[in-house]
Design a protein around this ligand. Structure first.
Ligand code: GDP
Ligand code: MG
Length: 459
């Protein structure tokens, strides 16, 4: 049994609140926040000069930024989770009803066209969910509902509808606790819906809330949902007291100042209710987190771009130093190599000149023979002046010296430098990173301009 959950059962859909297929793509005009988050996402993920890719060049692993905030909704079965999502996006996208309608996890996100994606396609869409495939059974119970709705801030929110929790022998085909804990870590906000009916104090809900509380209390918000069904004001007070008492019994949840706004979907019961409805607070919470996410994403962009820029400039500086040292080494190597070859050559020439005349040299070498003769003659005279008994020693000495000259350069191996192509990439990266930082500055001023008066704005 199911109904749309946002209108009286059996009643025709209210065109003011329910849109079958909302906002086709051609009507899409991006809001500033959406544009900023999209731009930041593209800056990180560009396949040629994305920040993630540039980070990898210098050994920094950067996480992908999110384009949307994730809001997970927890609660016992029939607490109104799916109905709330339908209400928020003004489209009947999730089945609702008193029967257990939601057995798995449904991601609800905005897109170009209405679609339902199965588990593997969901992981393709959200790579940061890949770890879910390691949790047995979860993938088969994972779907994504893509809606074209542009209602409220839906363009910047991805909802996670979770299986309705019940006590007793209910067997889930996967480890609910483990999966909810994992998703709780990933989500930016976790809404826990208690409903005033019998299931309000479902042990399973309280157990999961208790395990999520200590690590993620700052992103958890508790609500008394379907408050219009709680009866009179006194009944509602009693229900709230009962829930708070139950929460306080749990050591992991024991804290003062539980805030639990009462919410209900306008028109859900079909009759007017005098109960105070704080449902706009829920929307405000989402909006607040979106604003924080935009600011954090801008700050992270600046931090990451500076980090990568610093590493790139260090790599470039180290490489320039290494290239300088290699240049000096090459000169030294050249000098030793030249000496290594020239010494035996000189020795040989001197030996020849000592035994022959300029005439003979010209005859053997050609017209250059004269030059060699005159250049080497002083050495040949010196050679002749040395007593013959030392000649062998000098020859051996010079041969050893030239061998040493040829060996010494091997002691100065060339330092590894960045390959030329990579060097060009690193230089290009510096420009791209500078550009990213400028873009961040522009986006930040655009962002601030929307909330701060022009007169207060300092560039
Ligand atoms: N009176 C009233 N009924 C609601 C409200 N929200 C949901 N419902 C009804 O509660 C039932 C269960 O809702 P559903 O969204 O399927 O609960 P879920 O199991 O938590 O997803 C449906 O019949 C809804 O029409 C509400 O705020 N007020
Ligand atoms: Mg549901």
């Amino acid at each position: 049994m199911s109904n749309d959950g946002v209108r009286k059962r059996g009643a025709p859909p209210n065109p003011a609140t329910v849109r079958p297929v909302a906002n086709p793509m051609d009507q899409r005009v991006l809001t500033l926040n959406e544009r900023i988050l999209n731009d930041i996402f593209n800056i990180y993920t560009d396949k040629d000069v994305g920040l993630v890719k540039l980070g990898k060049l210098v050994g920094i692993e950067l996480p992908y930024p999110r384009r949307k905030v994730t809001v997970m909704i927890l609660g016992n079965h029939s607490a109104g989770k799916s109905s709330f999502i339908n209400w928020y996006i003004e489209e009947t996208i999730l089945k609702t009803g008193v029967a257990i309608e939601t057995q798995g996890f449904a991601f609800v996100t905005s897109g170009k066209k209405r679609d339902t994606l199965k588990g593997p396609a969901t992981l393709q869409l959200y790579p940061h969910l890949k770890q879910l495939q390691e949790m047995q059974g979860v993938l088969d119970y994972l779907t994504t509902e893509v809606s074209t709705s542009r209602s409220r801030k839906f363009n910047l929110v991805a909802f996670v509808d979770t299986p309705g929790l019940v006590d007793g022998d209910m067997n889930y085909p996967f480890d609910v606790n483990e999966t909810l804990l994992w998703l709780g870590n990933m989500a930016d906000l976790v809404f826990v819906f208690f409903d005033p009916m019998g299931q309000a104090l479902c042990k399973r809900t309280l157990n999961i809330l208790e395990s999520l509380w200590s690590p993620y209390s700052e992103k958890i918000r508790l609500y008394l949902a379907k408050a219009d069904e709680a009866g009179s004001e006194t009944d509602r007070q009693k229900v709230l007291m009962q829930i708070v008492q139950e929460l306080c019994k749990r050591p992991g949840l024991n804290r003062t100042g539980f805030d639990m706004p009462t919410i209900y979907l306008p028109d859900a019961s079909g009759k007017p209710s005098r109960c105070a409805n704080q449902i706009t607070d829920v929307c405000d919470e989402i909006e607040k987190v979106i604003e924080q996410t935009v600011q954090n994403s801008l700050n992270n962009l600046e931090r990451d771009a500076n980090l990568v820029k610093e590493r790139v400039s260090v790599s470039l500086a180290l490489d320039a130093e290494a290239r300088k040292r290699n240049f000096r080494r090459n000169i030294r190597r050249l000098v030793f190599n030249v000496l290594g070859f020239i010494l035996p050559f000189l020795l040989f020439t001197v030996l020849v000149i000592a035994e022959t005349s300029a005439e003979g040299m010209r005859k053997h070498i050609g017209p250059g023979g004269d030059l060699v003769y005159h250049f080497c003659k002083p050495l040949a005279i010196l050679w002749s002046a040395v007593p013959k008994s030392y000649h062998l020693h000098i020859v051996i000495g010079i041969v050893c010296l030239s061998a040493a000259c040829l060996m010494i350069p091997r002691c100065f191996p060339t330092e590894k430098v960045v390959a030329n192509r990579e060097l060009t990439n690193l230089k290009l990266a510096m420009n791209v990173l500078e550009d990213n930082l400028n873009r961040k500055k522009t986006m930040y001023s655009e962002y601030l301009r929307q909330s701060v008066a022009e007169s207060d704005f300092i560039e």
